[in-house]
Design a protein around this ligand. Sequence first.
Ligand code: 0X9
Ligand code: ZN
Length: 416
Amino acid sequence: MVWQPKLSLIFLFVMLTPVFLRAEPGPTERYWLKIGAKNKVERTRVVETGASLEIAKDDYVIAIGDENQREQLEKMGMLQTSYPLSTAPFDFPQEDSQFHDYTEIVAELRKIASDHPNITQLTSIGKSVEGRDIWKIRISGDLKNASALPAAIFMGGHHAREHVSIEMPLFLARHLVEKHAAGDAEVTRLLSGRDVHIIPVVNPDGAEHDVSTGSYQYWRKNRGRNENGSFGTDLNRNYSYLWGMGGSSQNPDAETYMGTAPFSEPETRAIRDFVDAQTNATMLLSFHTFSELILYPWGGTDDPVADERDRSVFVTMAKTMAKWNNYAPMQSSELYIATGDTADWAYATHNIFAFTFELDPSDMFNGGFYPGQAILPEVFRKNLQPCLYMIEYADNPYRVLQSRSQTYGLRSPLLD
Ligand code: 0X9
Ligand code: ZN
């Protein structure tokens, strides 16, 4: 019911848009797909075609897919409506100058590092397919001993078109160093006992590709060349835990292409090698967009996390963080089953309490992947406390199971 009036609005927009502003439909045309799917079994069938699921409602989902996936879903009797992506009216690059492209990300990180040399270290953890460095900024109030301190890891930009997910970790880095420099008591206390690692963009090639033409490309994957000549592996399907066991595609053309092997991509290998070596890490947060969700393992299976205490930590943390950002907390597989994502791997392999946030906006009618820069301050505001909370509890995540007053004091600014 919601879809129809919106569709007609979009239709109107398209009809009024001068022809020269529209991309020519071609064989590689991709589509918004409205698909009838009432439960996670049906949602999983959708992602298994290789389409990427963007919005899940009670009885339908919105996905992005190519002609092939559109046909498959039609044959499966699930497709309700489809709509060419190239005519979607969410294209405001000229007004989005506050977003950072790769050069600006690097410049910003270099500035943060050179302005705050005593508490930061900027290193490349590896190179992308096209040879771009994947930068990580480390922030600690006690750099010399940081490896012996509890660590929290934040990352963004696995998916190219999810630019807000790059801005959030960049903001966090800026916030921490600036508050520290200003003598903010809470941040100074927090950083004095923690080792924070921030990787704003895991997929720099994809992010660049998405903005390189002056209009958004709706690109998701990395930019590796596949055997059939197509481009890209879905980096959030390329981690090793239960790789290829559901919710990802073997078709290189698909949005959710799993790659040729676990960690076949240099970008995921860089994250793997860094996290493997970071033996002090207990918390990890991977930012994505959009839908306003807090997701915790497992995402690759319906089974809940087996360890009861760990499960309680995940649930308690997700619910606590939801109070600040008002996102919906849930086990990842409740959204849909997808194997090979970052959080499942980090928890399965290293027992790290790993979360995925789907940041603002709530849906495509509020801008989808391209909501415009005006939303950024609000996204930063509501997601700052969840980040500080993860850093705070990195010393012993099981502390979240104790009552607040035992550990925290109700008047802590972190709980305001
Ligand atoms: O599908 C993804 O990789 C994430 N959503 S996105 O729209 N940003 O692409 C969600 C991953 C959640 N993990 C699982 N459901 N396993
Ligand atoms: Zn994503």
